[in-house]
Every structure is written in structure tokens, then in C-alpha cells.
Design a protein around this ligand. Structure first.
Ligand code: ATP
Ligand code: MN
Length: 250
């Protein structure tokens, strides 16, 4: 009895050691999922969030054999979805579980969708983080950067590195994305491209759609306009969107 209790206590302390930084925003279900993922992927430590957007947070994780991963946790905690959740559950316990289950299912779908899109990009040879694992509302992918320090976003790249070469490299990735992976990003901008070793990495593809999607062309046009606007603003000669579209099989 005492031995069993002791072992349990030791395990608990070990699990707590997994987290380098206490993050009170991680709910208990997600916390347990992170422990399961750590066992599965041989993760030694999770570090503090490197980004906290409206719908997701990213944490670096270090494995026992020295590999770094980016762990993306999807949340429902936007003010709007919280309000919606409250509206439907307040004072009616019968609906509470149903609603929460549905919301969880929804974010799990987003996590899986991003995993699948990353897999498609990876298979097509597009420069993007390699997907490693997806479990519930958590996606594990290759870490872009070094030693748990993320690479800069295109938005953060120093002026002298915003060159025509970098522009062409990004357009080439978009071409591969459409022609080989048959995907349109749908939210491409200087905020969803990382730059590491002068090479662009396409990130944040949970909302990306197949080229057969009814809005695919419109989304692609907007993506290309965003990229052109950014580079033009930095004095780079850009190719007209129409010309780029001419090379794309969409
Ligand atoms: P946000 O609203 O903060 O942009 P998001 O839902 O858009 O969140 P992402 O864009 O996928 O999520 O990731 C958020 C941030 O985390 C990125 O801007 C980038 O700085 C960092 N990041 C994302 N993926 C990786 C990765 N694979 N390696 C390192 N850092 C990453
Ligand atoms: Mn993003």
C-alpha cells in the first residue's frame, strides 16, 4: 500500500517536472493529454509559450534525445465562443455536456486538419514544419528555429534580409503548394511565414483548403496580394498577381 502510494507520488512529481513553466491557462484535460504525448514522443520538457494567439498557443518541447518540437494547443477560449458557450449552458445543466463535447470536437477537427495539411505539404516538398503527431486538441510539429528559440516571422525579418531572392523563394513555395500539394493557404501573410537560414517556412495551415474548394481562387488571389503588398512596401520588385496565377494549376 505504502509503496504504491509512494510510486504514485513519484510519478506525479515526474509529470510536474515535464513543465518548465507553470501555465495556468492549460486546462486539466489538455494537461493530461500533454503528459500522454510526452510519454509517446519521449518528451523531457515543455517550455513556456512562445506565442499566444486568439485560438492557439505554441510551446517548445525538448525530447530526451535532444530534438525540439513545436506543440500547438488549440483553444476555445475566445471571448465570443465563451459567451456562446455560456449562453447555451447557463442554467440548463442538461445541455452543458453536449455543448462542451461539441466544442471540443470542433477544435480537435482543427488540430487534425492542420496535421493533414502539413502532411500534404511535407509530401509535396513544400517548405513547412513536418507534422509529428496529433492528439485531441494538440498538434506536434517540427520546431522552426534553434534550441527552443523560434525563427523570426517574415514580419520580423531585418530590412536587409527582405530581398527579391526571398520573395521569389516564397512565390516558389506557393506554386508548389498549389501545383503539387493542391492546397491554398487562405491566410498567407508576413505573419504566417517564418524565415530561417534565408529559407521561408509556411506555417499556420489549419484553414488551408483544397484547390477544388469553391473559394480557393479568391483566397489564393488574396494570399498573393498580401505577399506582394508586403514586399512592395519594402522596395522589392514584385510580379503581378495575374502573372503568378498564370503558372498555377487552379
Ligand atoms: P497567432 O494568432 O498567435 O498567430 P495562430 O493560431 O495563428 O496563432 P500559428 O500562426 O500557427 O498560430 O503559430 C503562432 C506563432 O507560433 C507563429 O507566429 C510563430 O511565431 C510560432 N510558431 C508556429 N509554428 C512554429 C514552429 N513550427 N516552430 C516554431 N515556432 C512556431
Ligand atoms: Mn498565425
Amino acid at each position: 500500500m505504502i509503496d504504491g502510494k509512494k510510486r504514485k507520488e513519484e510519478k506525479r512529481i515526474k509529470d510536474e517536472d515535464l513543465f518548465k513553466v507553470v501555465d495556468s491557462t492549460i486546462d486539466s484535460r489538455t494537461y493530461l493529454s500533454l503528459i500522454q504525448i510526452a510519454r509517446r514522443l519521449n518528451i523531457k520538457e515543455y517550455y513556456g509559450a512562445i506565442s499566444s494567439g486568439k485560438e492557439a498557443k505554441i510551446y517548445p518541447a525538448l525530447t530526451r534525445d535532444g530534438k525540439w518540437y513545436a506543440v500547438k494547443i488549440y483553444y476555445v477560449s475566445t471571448a465570443a465562443s465563451k459567451r456562446a458557450l455560456e449562453k447555451y449552458t447557463l442554467g440548463d445543466p442538461r445541455f452543458k455536456d453536449v455543448k462542451i463535447k461539441t466544442t471540443f470536437q470542433l477544435i480537435e477537427i482543427w488540430a487534425r486538419k492542420e496535421y493533414k495539411n502539413l502532411a500534404r505539404l511535407s509530401e509535396a516538398g513544400v517548405s513547412a514544419p513536418k507534422p509529428i503527431y496529433v492528439f485531441r486538441n494538440i498538434l506536434v510539429m517540427e520546431f522552426i528555429g534553434e534550441e527552443g528559440v523560434r525563427a523570426p516571422l517574415l514580419k520580423e525579418v531585418p530590412e536587409e534580409a527582405i530581398t527579391e531572392e526571398l520573395y521569389n523563394a516564397i512565390i516558389t513555395e506557393v506554386e508548389k503548394m498549389v501545383n503539387l500539394a493542391h492546397l491554398v493557404h487562405g491566410d498567407l501573410s508576413e505573419y504566417n511565414i517564418m524565415v530561417w537560414d534565408n529559407r521561408p517556412y509556411i506555417i499556420d495551415v489549419s484553414q488551408s483548403v483544397d484547390i477544388e474548394h469553391p473559394n480557393a481562387l479568391e483566397l489564393l488571389q488574396r494570399d498573393l496580394e498580401n505577399i506582394n503588398r508586403f514586399f512592395e512596401g519594402h522596395g522589392v520588385n514584385v510580379e503581378p498577381v495575374e502573372d503568378i496565377l498564370g503558372r498555377l494549376e487552379i
